[in-house]
Design a protein around this ligand. Structure first.
Ligand code: XIL
Length: 403
């Protein structure tokens, strides 16, 4: 068989195309199956995009020629997009005051999605990171003992100056949420209202020691959801966090979301970032989704990538021999095989839980633009060629359990 890279179909994909045509269930092109088409009866498949992709200009270590290829891949494979950075507070609202907003890059992101009929996710309204210092600074700072948490140490780069009062910070949060959500009302369908508010580790604290928590108190999350709901009553409001494959952190999430539901806080979906590594198995993801599904809310996988560099895999001759597999006319490296197996495992879990899982978003279109690029964590390489993991993901639907 000729080696034609992108169009060369491995056995799994051929079987898939045939199976789907035999069913008449979908119109996937036999020659060239794509993520969005193959999974369209189950969930949306999206990607985070950077500013170069949204605006069609060189950047992020990519020449214009490569950016154009990244854009083509985005349109080809994905029906949902998230702005990787441009809706974060630091980027969209860098300065205080009515003219402190910079909407240009976010507008470009929204225009790109609307003109390509993509489902738009806004990321993120309230987060401890990528938020400018002025947000937390006081005009009439309260004495240090008020609003502070004894013993709390600020993290690296965290604002340490005089702090805003609770009311001042709530008012800034309300203004920010109303302005940003209001601007994109009707176009951005989902918002990550609060990002990463849960504490890591085995301690009993549910919430992270952020300035939001310290200045406003634990109700900062509920207030953010209320403001967002007021700004766009039709938007799906999401709580988003990482590390939910870990049972301890997951239990904190479940406790937190249950209490929101009891209080009537308008949290409408759970976002699980899923920045994982190749040791995350089907069983781990299956258990995580089983537990999270008990909340009765849709689950969105919001920032998926799988780090291959997690355990410093160096293929030995024997490993490569054992993993050798003839697809696209060549040997698959050990790292590529492990990545493909890991992706297949977690996609089996996503498909098993397809009643709850509504959106799967990859955190980047290819390895070259990934924030974890040293771990080659995505389905496409820097030349936008599908890796063995791409075929493994598409192949999951052809397995007997899922046909
Ligand atoms: C990352 C971006 O990918 C990087 O470009 C940026 O420098 C830092 O943030 N959790 C999140 C995302 O919610 O917003 C982060 O994105 C990755 C971790």
């Amino acid at each position: 068989m000729m080696k034609t890279q992108f169009h060369a179909l491995p056995f799994g994909a051929i079987a898939l195309a045939v199976a789907l045509f035999a069913d008449g269930a979908t119109t996937v092109a036999a020659e060239n199956p794509t993520l969005k088409d193959v999974f369209k009866d189950h969930f949306m498949v999206g990607t985070a995009i950077n500013r170069s992709i949204a605006t069609g200009s060189a950047g992020f270590r990519r020449s214009l020629e490569f950016v154009e290829k990244d854009i083509a891949l985005t349109k080809d494979q994905f029906n949902q997009i998230t702005a990787e950075n441009d809706m974060k507070w630091q980027l969209i609202h860098p300065r205080e005051g009515a003219d402190g907003y910079d909407f240009k890059p976010a507008d470009a992101f929204v225009d790109f999605g609307v003109s390509n009929q993509m489902y738009l996710v806004g990321h993120t309204l309230v987060w401890h990171s990528q938020t400018p210092n002025w947000v937390f600074a006081g005009t009439n700072p309260p004495p240090a003992s008020v609003g502070g948490v004894p013993g709390a140490r600020p993290g690296r780069g965290v604002y340490t100056g005089p702090r805003a009062s609770r009311d001042e910070l709530l008012e800034r949060m309300r203004d920010h949420i109303h302005t940003v959500v209001g601007r994109y009302k009707g176009r951005v369908k989902v918002w990550d209202v609060v990002n990463e508010a849960i504490a890591d580790g085995a301690g009993t604290n549910i919430l992270r020691e952020s300035l939001w928590l310290q200045i406003i108190g634990p109700d900062f999350i509920a207030r953010a959801f209320e403001y967002a709901h007021k700004a766009d009553p039709d938007a799906i409001l999401r709580y988003n966090d990482y590390g939910l494959e870990n049972p301890v952190k997951r239990q904190k999430l479940i406790t937190l979301i249950r209490s929101f539901k009891e209080q009537g806080v308008p949290v409408m979906a759970v976002g699980s970032q899923a920045h994982i590594n190749v040791s995350t198995s089907f069983e781990t993801m299956d258990q995580a989704l089983t537990d999270m599904a008990t909340l009765g809310l849709p689950i969105h996988i919001t920032e998926l990538d799988i780090n291959t560099a997690a355990s410093g895999q160096r293929g030995t001759g024997a490993d490569i021999g054992a993993n050798a597999s003839l697809t696209e006319g060549g040997l698959i490296s050990d790292a590529d095989r492990k990545l493909a197996d890991a992706y297949a495992g977690i996609f089996r879990a996503f498909i098993k839980h397809r009643d709850a899982v509504k959106v799967i978003t990859f955190w980047g279109v290819n390895d070259a633009v990934s924030w974890r690029r040293s771990g080659s964590p995505l389905l496409f390489d820097g030349n936008n060629q599908p890796k063995p993991a791409f075929d493994a993901v598409l192949g999951v639907l052809t397995e007997p359990d899922f046909k």
